[in-house]
Design a protein around this ligand. Structure first.
Ligand code: HEC
Ligand code: HEC
Length: 421
């Protein structure tokens, strides 16, 4: 065999490499290498992704509310939800701030009810999957959450006595089908037309009558919860993707998902099929012009003080919630913590964060990307927050991923104001 001289070999090599290189350049799109990299998640990554989908078909049971899954209670609750007579001036209902046409959230940064609030209204889609309600978790059930809104000075600002009479006047039959007999409220000396704890009219009532009114009040919340439990939104493009439809989400969203579970460390907190750990964190979100807000710190105090909490006398199953409450105690570490919100349907519910001061998803990711801001918040920021060094493309990819979390709407009849008695 003739020997090839090393220089010839060298030249042949160079020519071959040159042609392979040309071939590469001309036949493949520039993004191809990124695409093959993200299209095939590693087995470990895929295992993490599967923790996020699907959302269970129905929310977890709530034994503290015996009518939680009662369809008649849900119908009644839907009426209460849209009925503006449940307010001091007859002008504010739950739907005022939780608009079915804005993902059951509010277009405004902070909501306007009987007064201007200091926090952003979260979505009610999939709200029954939450372990805690409110940004500060001051309610441990949906039914007790509703009672805060009904009497809250900045929200509906009515009173439990007013509402009990409202039920008597317009809803007695429907109410009694679900909850049994209403107390006889006809004697307005015993049951004044309006009043709540702190008002003389209420405070002067007998203990027995107070309990009767509180029971009606709690039941209003329980009917509303039965309705809210139906506000589920499943089957987002992301869920279809995890279920095997590889084209359900685009390439940007796939890259975004990779960042979400990897470099972005979003998964650290938004980790469950409802994209939340159901815990509280201090991200150092600046309060801006809003008053200082201790978040979870005050939330725990209010939760423990509330006679309507899951462990209280109006609960239909107080034992388990009480055991959980026994472990709670506000400490320094809780200051400035807010609950990790769901990210399902997040594209529908701008503006964002508890302050409502972040107008777009891009602005949230920019905040995360910078590792937060150095001042203007309460308490101590969590140590895990550091700059992410995402490129502009990476930021956009994350946003695209978040957009794939918009699920199917609940049935249309649940989005409308029903005929009121
Ligand atoms: C004036 C506006 C307004 C009205 C009226 C209102 N809400 Fe809200 N809602 C808010 C705001 C703002 C928050 C967040 C407040 C907070 O975390 O302190 C909130 C929080 C909630 C939450 C907690 C959600 C979560 O993810 O933490 C639920 C559930 C809820 N509202 C249901 C209702 C129901 C039911 C009614 C009627 C009984 C109602 N809201 C009336 C503005 C309103
Ligand atoms: C340390 C826990 C933690 C990490 C990590 C984290 N989040 Fe969050 N996220 C939260 C908490 C807590 C809030 C609410 C903060 C507040 O309002 O004060 C929040 C709020 C949000 C919101 C606003 C939702 C709304 O309805 O207002 C979006 C969007 C969001 N996070 C996306 C992300 C993305 C994307 C990442 C990764 C880049 C990420 N988060 C990383 C805990 C976390």
């Amino acid at each position: 065999m003739r020997r090839i001289r090393p220089t010839t070999l060298w030249i042949i090599c160079c020519i071959t490499i040159f042609f392979i290189g040309c071939e590469d350049e001309s036949s493949q799109p520039i993004n191809e290498d990124i695409e093959t990299e993200v299209d095939i998640f590693t087995e470990r990554e895929w295992a993490v992704i599967q923790r996020l989908s699907p959302l269970p078909a129905t929310p977890p049971p709530n034994p503290t509310n015996r009518v939680a899954n009662n369809p008649d209670a849900a119908k009644l609750g839907q009426m209460f939800f849209f009925d503006e007579r449940f307010s001091r001036n007859g002008t504010v209902a739950c739907a005022t701030c939780h608009s079915p046409f804005h993902g059951f959230a509010d277009v405004e940064a902070t909501s306007l009810g009987a007064g201007r609030g200091t926090r952003n209204a979260p979505t009610l889609l999939n709200v029954a999957y939450n372990k805690w309600q409110f940004w500060d978790g001051r309610a441990d059930t949906l039914w007790s959450q509703a009672l805060f809104a009904l009497e809250g000075e900045k929200e509906q600002a009515g009173t439990r006595l007013q509402y009990a009479h409202l039920i008597k006047e317009f809803y007695q039959n429907d109410y009694e089908v679900v909850f049994g007999p209403l107390p006889n409220l006809a004697d307005t000396n015993r049951f004044p037309v309006t009043g709540k704890p702190g008002d003389v009219q209420f405070d002067n009532m007998s203990e027995k009558d107070k309990i009767a009114v509180n029971t009606v009040f709690a039941n209003i919340g329980k009917a509303i919860e039965a309705y809210e439990r139906l506000l589920v939104s499943h089957n987002a493009p992301f869920d279809k993707y995890v279920a095997g439809d590889v084209n359900a989400i685009g390439i940007e969203a796939k890259r975004g998902l990779k960042i979400f579970i990897g470099k972005g460390v979003c998964i650290l907190c938004h980790d469950s099929p409802n994209f939340t750990d159901n815990e509280f964190h201090n991200l150092g979100v600046p309060q801006g012009k809003l008053p200082s807000d201790t978040g979870r710190y005050d939330g725990i105090k209010q939760l423990l003080d509330n006679p309507f909490n899951g462990g209280g006398t109006y609960s239909d199953s107080p034992e388990t919630p009480q055991r959980i409450l026994n472990f709670l105690e506000p400490t320094q570490q809780h200051k400035g913590q807010f609950r990790t919100p769901t990210l399902r349907n997040v594209a529908l519910t701008a503006p964002y964060f508890h302050t409502g001061e972040f107008p777009t998803l891009e602005s949230i990711i920019a905040f995360n990307n910078a590792g937060g801001v150095p001042s203007g918040f309460v308490g101590t920021r969590e140590g895990t927050l550091e700059p992410l060094n995402l490129s502009e493309q990476g930021v956009q990819d994350l946003v695209e991923f978040l957009r794939t979390l918009t699920g199917e709407s609940p049935p249309q009849h649940l989005l409308r104001k029903p005929k009121l008695p």
